[in-house]
Every structure is written in C-alpha cells, then in structure tokens.
Design a protein around this ligand. Structure first.
Ligand SMILES: [Zn+2]
Length: 167
C-alpha cells in the first residue's frame, strides 16, 4: 500500500479498493470510461486561454494572472500538482503584483476535467495560500465537482506511475 503516494490523504478502505483495481488491472478501464479522451490544450498559449476563461467565469476580482504555463520541472508528489507564485516588483515607480501559474507537464496529456481541477486549485491560491476551508470553498465555488475531480486526478497519477500513459 506504500506505493499509493497520491492517495495518502484518503481512508484506508478507499486505498484498498484502488489497490484491488491495480491488481486486477482494471484501473485504466475505469479511468477511460470516465475520461475517454485527453483535452487539446497542449501549448502554453492554449493553457493560458483555458485558465483565463475559468478565471473570468468565477474569479473576476482576483489578482491578474500574467502567465500560465506547463513546467516539466515540477515533481508531482502529494500536494504539489502545480505551483503558483506571486511576484511583486517595481514598474514605473509603482509596485505591481504579478501572478504566475505553472502546471506540471504531466497534465498536458490528461482529460479536460482533470486539467480544470488543477487550474481551479492554482487559481484559488491567488486568494488563499493555505489548504484550509476557505480555500476548498473557493475551489468548489469554481468547480462544484472539485473533490471528486481531485480524487480522480490522484487516481490518474497513480495509474501513470504503475502502467505508463493512459492515452
Ligand atoms: Zn495547493
């Protein structure tokens, strides 16, 4: 069970069920039935537009995001599925805050709902840096199915670790 790193925060009964799916080699079939195709947002430009769309839908008054990109240096473990940085710098005599969102490269080839979940997660961090109740309320405000999608994302990452690419 030690190898289910991505599911460390979930109850043992759930982890057991996932271990069984792995042993029976049916985890891939389950994931494909829920997420039959990968999204098409494969470039940084497309990712930026996708993230901006989500932000404008439900986080209009949050800080502007100046950059959204894929990053092949992010090691996807536990909570680090993406990163966000807030940079403050002096521009024209004024202090400007800029926000950057980096999404782990592994999400380049994932289903749209899973990419959406990780983008929503990083957008919520623009308003709340800790993983607390306010943070998860924000996530669920942007994506009502957030918790299921986060679980499925962890299932997907577990699958990639054990069996390689799904698509
Ligand atoms: Zn986070």
């Amino acid at each position: 069970m030690d190898s289910l790193n991505y599911l460390a925060g979930y109850p043992e009964s759930i982890r057991q069920q996932v271990a069984t799916l792995i042993k029976q080699e049916t985890l891939g079939k389950l994931l494909l039935s829920r997420y039959p195709v990968p999204h098409g947002y494969t470039t940084d430009k497309m990712l930026y537009q996708f993230a901006s769309g989500l932000k404008n839908e439900s986080m209009k008054n949050a800080q502007q995001v100046s950059k959204v990109c894929y990053d092949n240096k992010i090691q996807v473990i536990k909570h680090a599925l993406g990163t966000h940085t807030a940079i403050s710098r002096i521009q024209g005599g004024k202090l400007k805050a800029k926000a950057e969102i980096r999404i782990a490269n592994v999400f380049k080839l994932s289903a749209e709902p899973l990419l959406r979940m990780i983008v929503v997660h990083e957008l919520a961090h623009l308003k709340e840096k800790d993983h607390n109740k306010t943070f998860y309320n924000l996530c669920c405000h942007m994506e009502p199915n957030y918790h299921q999608l986060e679980f499925d994302t962890r299932l997907y990452l577990t699958y990639l670790d054990k069996f390689g690419p799904l698509y």
